[in-house]
Design a binder for this molecule. Structure first.
Ligand code: ADP
Ligand code: ZN
Length: 732
């Protein structure tokens, strides 16, 4: 009996595969392949887990040695294409590098559930051959459309023949059209690389040639396209995309922000004649499904999306572009905490295709990679055409104070009025949402804080609520002080964009003012409408938070006023200088992008600060050199590696104890340093107390294995969570 079981299982062993589960416990498990099924690594399969049916991906041959009767059979294989070896390798790499659960990473690659279903045939119509006695012009057009394209879905007939659906249905009722099912959706017309090619300037021709060649060579390697704002970087990297289209490959372009997609797609369409495939969290289920399927077919295509597009199941990836590579949005701060720019570089390596990083203000990491020869730099030092870079000047707020109750200094006010008189547009930048960042009691000094976070509540006048920007908590603004009960004593402190708009409306009432923040622009459509209003000159003064700094091109915008240029420099964050420099040069770079020259005015209390000096002198590279030198001296990235650990719990004591235990049991290895625990800058978030630890190691160091064994040795209560952030971007 025992022998028989063993031999049966042995035979089965050839048909045992290991499958990565997309749901917790999110790791590899062995499953038996039923006789009638044939599976290959990468295939998407259904497996039994308890009494559920869950998705997994075949990762390789079964790992379990020897007979076991516990192995359950797979339930079935999905009809879609699977995940390529290159993508599976990427998933393994991400899980390992960021210490994430492999199943969670896999989930990002399977995030279009409906794409995994059998494709339902579409109901279409076909010409039956018979002709009605009475042929109207509409009916004639229907027959003409069908004679040109074969079976067609109703929507397409209606559009192409310019008829109402009733005309088609009537023809069906009379038997002149018959229903016919269509298996595949009609292939989208491919982008045309020669649709409207630009005349590149001599400055642009050199990098464009290098990029075209890189795509044609089909080799991995990273290029940095480093060009000032308005240099035509997009036009230049479009040439790389054209080369990928000519080679019938797939190209992926990552952009940092959903709000930018529509503008990007519009430019793509002008250049290549069709829309690209889009991917981000806002697209509808149908687009999601078709984009996923297109990527997983080996058909060529150009795909644009936010960071999650990196995990699409491409089969023929020939090019990856990361636009605005320095942008913090590429860092995902929840779930799998990865940096999409860095993962893009790895995907390019595994897929053997070039990766192009694009920016006017590359990150220090990227500058360093250029310095040591890992990346090749291509420069565009001048703006395209007659446009020149804006003049940047500082207003020393200690000498040129705004009058009481105002935030705009007299000099900026004057420049604003001049700009309006000249018929041009102004952008006022203030990186603070809402009306006022703080509300306090004028009699006792009480400050209104969030009950579950260590943060002040921000007043929003549009919604008449006080809001916590960390947890979303909202409450009504009290009329008397919650502490001393003084009546009408609560005052708003400091400006947010809403308050700035109020100031402009009061002092320059003739100006047409509009806000652009994540509160006012919540969808791609709203962003598109606002861009159109700017282009149609229906707006004189645009007031915005960092949303306005990214990529927009408004030809009549000539003045940029930065209300508080010092805002990003406080807090002692590792990246404060770098980030301020990037933000302020991006926002200044919105001015004077065509014939009309631009001007940027920074209101600052620190005009001698290296960031301000670099902006005023237009010497970015000096700043980068000095900042890199300072990082080297301090032993900070990109010269070392950091890992942040956040220990959180609703019980402060528990979190602190676990944090201390982590330090006590930390590896004692040369090169491994640990700092903390210290209360996190946001020491209370959503009701959880938070402590931070910081690990620092040299760049070449077996970091992940060490972290894994250290954290694996320690047990802690379920009431405490420990989050690991490899290469942290923020330290909040
Ligand atoms: P960047 O991405 O470097 O900020 P863009 O690619 O947006 O710059 O180019 C700035 C402006 O110059 C855009 O309006 C763009 O269409 C135009 N432009 C750049 N290069 C060319 C070119 N070779 N021919 C025509 N227009 C160009
Ligand atoms: Zn809160």
């Amino acid at each position: 009996m025992v022998e028989m079981t063993a031999s049966l299982v042995e035979e089965e062993n050839n048909r045992i595969v290991s499958v990565l589960l997309s749901v917790p416990p999110s790791r590899l498990y062995d499953y038996a392949v039923p006789q009638e099924l044939k599976v290959l690594p990468g295939d998407i399969v259904d497996i039994p887990l308890g009494n559920r049916r869950v998705l997994g991906v075949v990762w390789g041959p079964g790992s379990r040695a020897g007979p076991s009767i516990k192995i359950k059979p797979l339930l079935g294989r999905r009809p879609t294409g699977g995940l390529s070896a290159e993508l599976r390798r990427l998933i393994d790499w991400v899980a390992n590098y960021y210490l994430a659960s492999p199943g969670l990473v896999l989930r990002m690659a399977l995030s279009a559930p409906s794409a995994l279903q059998e494709r339902k045939p579409l109901r279409g119509y076909q010409d039956s051959g018979s002709r009605p006695a009475r042929i109207t012009p509409q009916r004639a057009r229907v027959f003409e459309v069908l004679s040109n394209c074969g079976p067609c879905v109703l929507r397409d007939i209606v559009r192409s023949a310019r008829v109402s659906p009733g005309v088609v249905q009537q023809l069906e009722n009379e038997g002149h059209l018959v229903v016919s099912y269509i298996q595949l959706p009609p292939d989208q017309e491919p982008p045309n690389p020669d649709y409207r090619g630009p005349q590149l300037s001599p400055d642009q021709e050199h990098p464009a040639r290098a990029l075209r060649r890189a795509v044609a060579d089909c080799k991995s390697g990273v290029k940095l396209l480093d060009g000032v704002t308005g240099a035509g970087k997009t036009e230049v990297y479009f040439e790389a995309i054209a080369a990928a289209i000519r080679g019938e490959g797939q190209a992926l372009i990552l952009i940092p922000e959903i709000a930018l997609t529509e503008d990007w797609i519009r430019r793509f369409q002008l250049r290549f004649g069709v829309r690209p495939w889009a991917w981000h969290s806002e697209i509808g289920a149908a687009t999601r499904r078709e984009t996923w399927r297109q990527a997983s077919s080996s058909r060529p295509g150009v795909f644009v999306g936010t960071r999650s597009a990196l995990f699409l199941p491409f089969q023929k990836l020939d090019l990856i572009i990361v636009d605005e590579e320095h942008d913090p949005s590429y860092k995902q701060e929840e779930g799998v905490m990865y940096n999409a720019r860095d993962v893009a570089v790895m995907r390019g390596k595994f897929a053997s295709c070039p990766v192009i990083l694009v920016s006017a203000t590359p990150s220090l990491e990227t500058h360093r990679n250029v310095d040591v020869g890992r990346y090749e730099k291509l420069s565009l030092p001048r703006r395209f055409g007659v446009a020149s870079l804006p003049d940047v000047e500082a207003i020393d707020m200690r000498l040129d104070r705004p009058t009481r109750g105002r935030w705009i200094s007299p000099r900026l006010d004057k420049a604003l009025r001049q700009t309006m008189q000249a018929g041009s547009q102004t952008l006022l930048f203030l990186n603070r949402r809402g009306y006022a960042p703080l509300t306090l009691c004028g009699s006792c000094g009480f400050r209104i804080e969030c009950k579950s976070c260590s943060a002040w509540l921000v007043e929003h006048r549009e919604s008449s609520l006080l809001t916590c920007h960390h947890c979303g908590h909202q409450e009504i603004r009290p009329t008397c002080c919650p502490r001393c009960a003084a009546v009408d004593s609560m005052v708003a402190c400091g400006p947010g964009v809403e308050r700035l708009a109020e100031e402009v409306n009061k002092f320059i009432p003739e100006a047409r003012v509009r806000l652009m923040t994540s509160d006012t622009i919540t969808s791609g459509d709203e962003a598109k409408a606002l861009v159109q209003d700017m282009l149609a000159a229906n707006i004189d003064i645009l007031i915005g938070t960092q949303m306005v700094t990214k990529g927009f091109h408004f030809p009549s915008l000539t003045l940029v006023g930065v209300i508080d240029a010092d805002l990003g420099l406080s807090g002692g964050n590792l990246r404060a200088g770098e980030r301020s420099m990037q933000l302020l040069s991006q926002v200044s770079g919105r001015a004077g992008r065509e014939e009309k020259p631009g001007r940027a005015i920074l209101q600052t209390y620190l005009p001698e600060h290296p960031v301000m000096a670099a902006l005023i002198q237009g010497d970015r590279d000096k700043f980068v050199r000095e900042e890199l030198e300072a990082r080297r001296e301090a032993g900070m990235p990109p010269f070392t590696r950091l890992v942040g650990l956040i220990v959180a719990s609703a019980r402060q004591q528990y979190a602190l104890e676990v944090a201390r235990m982590l330090v006590r049991k930390a590896p004692v290895v040369s090169g491994f340093e640990i700092f903390g625990p210290a209360p996190a800058p946001i020491s209370l978030l959503r009701g959880k107390y938070r402590f931070r630890l910081l690990v620092r190691t040299p760049r070449k160091f077996g970091l992940q294995a060490l972290l894994r064994s250290w954290l694996g040795r320690i047990k802690w209560s379920k009431e405490v969570s420990v989050r690991v952030d490899v290469d942290p971007y923020t330290f909040m």
